[in-house]
Design a protein around this ligand. Structure first.
Ligand SMILES: [Zn+2]
Ligand SMILES: [Zn+2]
Ligand SMILES: [Zn+2]
Length: 251
């Protein structure tokens, strides 16, 4: 096993052969800053090596907190939401990557996809910090895991004739995708989406509970139209009818 920065005579030769020019940080990168020489199992081993030493815990790249693997998505999603809504996190060791950060690790080197299996979609990722989770549960904000950053299909992209699916993005990254690929659905003046199907807006929305838990000091509004979001996306509230789907305004 080779690790970044380790003093082994073989490492420079191997990395040169794979076009890596940045060799002192992981992942290794080529001259054009593209990640290279990625071995998924090796990546996971390196991530484990970098973990705090606690059993089953991994070190967050951004804040260096030691996080259980099944909570990493919700944890890193909080850093991503802070960046999206202009909440400064000045003490981070590594900033969240721009544009399309991985929802599991916050870097831009990992792939994400949804594969249909029977009646449900399964999350497929190359991330060393990926863990299995149930999409249905992850879409609901809770005290333990307030963040609902999950992979979603872009419902205004065309269906890929090969895969018969639409492209997949992390929920908080879809806004950058809409700005750049579907500019007619982005309002520069309000910095929010516009003219999207309401079912898609529901998918992109977050609950007031999630915003208050993660970004109470946000300086920008969550970028869906200032209309509604589903209260049922957050923790159950005391209500005579547990199935009631009450809409509330978000800002
Ligand atoms: Zn962190
Ligand atoms: Zn990742
Ligand atoms: Zn799209």
């Amino acid at each position: 096993m080779l690790f970044a920065g380790e003093d082994t005579p073989l490492l420079p030769n191997v990395l040169d052969k794979h076009g890596c020019t940045e060799k002192n940080a992981f992942p290794y990168r080529s001259q054009t800053r593209q990640p290279c020489f990625i071995l998924e199992n090796a990546s996971r081993s390196i991530a484990t090596k970098l973990a705090s030493g606690s059993e089953g815990k991994y070190q967050c790249h951004q804040c260096h907190a030691s996080i259980e693997i099944d909570r990493m998505r919700s944890h890193v999603g909080q850093h991503i939401l802070c960046r999206l809504l202009g909440v400064p996190e000045n003490s981070l060791h590594e900033q969240i990557q721009h544009c399309q950060p991985c929802g599991f690790c916050g870097r831009d080197t990992c792939t994400i996809d949804l594969k249909k299996s029977r009646n449900a979609f399964k999350v497929i990722s190359s991330c060393p910090y990926a863990s299995e989770f149930k999409l249905g549960n992850a879409k609901k904000s809770s005290k333990r895991q307030p963040c609902t950053n999950v992979p979603i299909h872009c419902s205004i992209c065309d269906i890929d004739p090969k895969t018969k699916c639409r492209p997949v993005f992390w929920k908080f990254n879809i806004f950058h995708h809409i700005q750049t690929v579907h500019p007619a659905h982005w309002s520069n003046s309000s910095q929010r989406t516009q003219n999207l199907p309401s079912s898609f807006v529901d998918v992109l929305s977050v609950s007031d509970f999630e915003l208050q838990e993660i970004v109470p000091l946000r300086s920008r509004p969550y970028p869906v139209p200032a209309t509604t979001t589903l209260l049922s996306q957050c923790e159950p509230v005391h209500n005579d009818n547990p199935h009631a789907r009450k809409r509330i305004r978000v800002s």
